[in-house]
Design a protein around this ligand. Structure first.
Ligand code: GRF
Length: 197
């Protein structure tokens, strides 16, 4: 049975594009929805251009009422009945209630070598710490922010002259390789970890 994948974005959607473009041929999954919490997310147009249905649930009218915002998200998701939900640059912290509702179906890509540098500004923090390598991680989503089981990681060297933007660009290239590999395995119900290189 082909797995149905919903992708949640907030921004440009380059990871969403790499996932969508990989879900062809003998891939065990297909994208059924790209959902954004921002109507101005650049990724929405990229999804439409690839024939993927899109939807927007703006978080701002809900203010600090996260459960109400998430109930609206779940209402839209229930229409497409996803087997898998991929967070791809989705910049809203999800409550335990939402995570429990979709337990075991959600993946997220995070631009650091977890468990290091959970949260924001990961590249600057790695540089400030004098690290020699950085990277990205795909993990299962749990109620602990960036805390779920890591299913894949890709590493890149930090060069002495690297600034945070340089590192972000290097890591993003690896994100676009790693996330599709992990999604394919996850859709095959194979949780064997992937490490690049
Ligand atoms: C990526 O670096 C991802 O790791 C982080 O947000 C960025 C989103 O980029 N969570 P895009 O919207 O997929 O281009």
């Amino acid at each position: 049975m082909t797995k149905r994948v919903a992708i949640l974005i907030s921004g440009g959607g380059s990871n969403m594009v790499s996932l969508v473009e990989d879900m062809t041929g003998d891939h065990p999954a297909r994208p059924v929805l790209v959902l954004s919490n921002r109507a101005d997310a650049g990724g929405l147009a990229k999804a439409k251009a690839r024939g993927i249905p899109t939807a927007v649930v703006d978080h701002r009218p809900f203010g600090s009422d996260r459960p109400a915002f998430e109930a609206a998200l779940t209402h839209v998701l229930d229409q497409v009945r996803p087997d898998i939900i991929c967070l791809a640059g989705f910049m809203r912290v999800l409550t335990e209630g939402f995570v429990m509702r979709w337990q075991g179906t959600m993946l997220n890509i995070h631009p650091s070598l977890l468990p290091n540098y959970k949260g924001l500004h990961t590249h600057q923090r790695a540089i400030d710490a004098g690290d020699t390598e950085a990277g990205c991680s795909v993990h299962e989503v749990t109620a602990e922010l960036d805390g779920g089981q890591v299913l894949g990681q890709a590493r890149v060297p930090i060069d002495p002259e690297d600034r945070a933007d340089d590192l972000a660009a290097k890591v993003l290239v690896q994100e676009h390789i790693l996330y599709p590999l992990v999604l394919r395995r996850f859709a095959e119900e194979n949780r064997t970890r992937i490490d690049l290189p």
